[in-house]
Design a binder for this molecule. Structure first.
Ligand code: ADP
Ligand code: MG
Length: 246
């Protein structure tokens, strides 16, 4: 695989079975994420964003298609794929009784990162949590907990970081801090895949944006080009959302 491609999806499909009902959450998704970019996955609620991320995380099995991450095939080398990815899930679940430092140490242990190779303090700094390193996690604000999830996803220093709607329920100031942390990690060379249903947020930080709706890829381009070709992308996006409700 071309080394400038961090992630490649080919004809990825997902059908959930619910009783005798079939829900097609992803339809022939094919895309490439370039090494070093901030790639946006934009779509309204129910578009299939989390399904795509959860397939990469290994918590959802795809129905068809292939995924290659950092040169590794998901079906043939799931462990290497997992080692190449840091994933910040949509749901916040952090143990409230440990401190951020302790949680990062535990996570590093789970990933088999040796003590001398751990970069706990550096991660705490990048995610703006250094002064909360030894606090009870339950005392952190929603935005701080979210940044702690980013920190947790980075303990094994994966080349690719995936964030699934990280700013949901986060206030404006904390949202900014979170986005700053993401940009800082990107500056240090981490490829970012950023999922959101906010067009503004995607166009603010992403180099390229893929728009998905009802499981289908409906647009993929450089952010500048997308904004240029659709003088008001917001309208296009709202159009999609409305169609979804028909
Ligand atoms: P998004 O993250 O873009 O909001 P999701 O990937 O969560 O979208 O959901 C895509 C579609 O798949 C939705 O119609 C959703 O209801 C459905 N879906 C998601 N998870 C499941 C599941 N575990 N079982 C059945 N249907 C699901
Ligand atoms: Mg989701």
């Amino acid at each position: 695989m071309n080394s400038s491609i961090a992630l490649k999806a080919e004809n990825v499909n997902k059908i959930y079975l619910q009783g005798n009902k079939q829900i097609q959450a992803l339809k022939d998704i094919s895309l490439e994420v370039k090494t070093g970019e901030i790639f946006g996955l934009l779509g309204p609620n129910g578009a299939g964003k989390s399904t795509f991320i959860n397939i990469l995380a290994g918590t959802v099995n795809k129905t068809a298609g292939t995924l290659n991450v950092w040169g590794f095939d998901l079906d043939k080398n799931p462990r290497q794929v997992r080692a190449s990815l840091g994933i910040v899930p949509q749901e916040i679940n952090v143990d409230p009784f440990f401190s951020p430092r302790k949680l990062l140490e535990i996570q590093a242990g789970l990933y088999g990162v040796r003590e001398k190779d751990r970069i706990t303090d550096e991660i705490l700094k990048i995610t703006n949590l250094a002064d909360k390193a030894n606090a009870y996690t339950r005392s952190l604000s929603g935005g701080m907990k979210r940044r702690l999830l980013v920190a947790k996803a980075m303990v094994h220093q994966p080349p690719i970081l995936i964030l699934d709607e990280p700013t949901a329920g986060v206030d404006v100031d904390l949202r900014r801090k979170l986005l700053d942390s993401v940009k800082e990690l990107n500056k240090q060379g981490v490829t970012i895949i950023y999922t959101t249903h906010y067009l503004k947020e995607a166009s603010d930080i992403c180099d390229r944006i893929a728009i998905i709706n009802k499981g289908k890829l409906v647009a993929l381009n450089y952010t500048k080009e997308l904004l240029k070709n659709n003088s008001d992308l917001e309208e296009v996006f709202i159009g999609l959302t409305n169609k979804d409700n028909e």
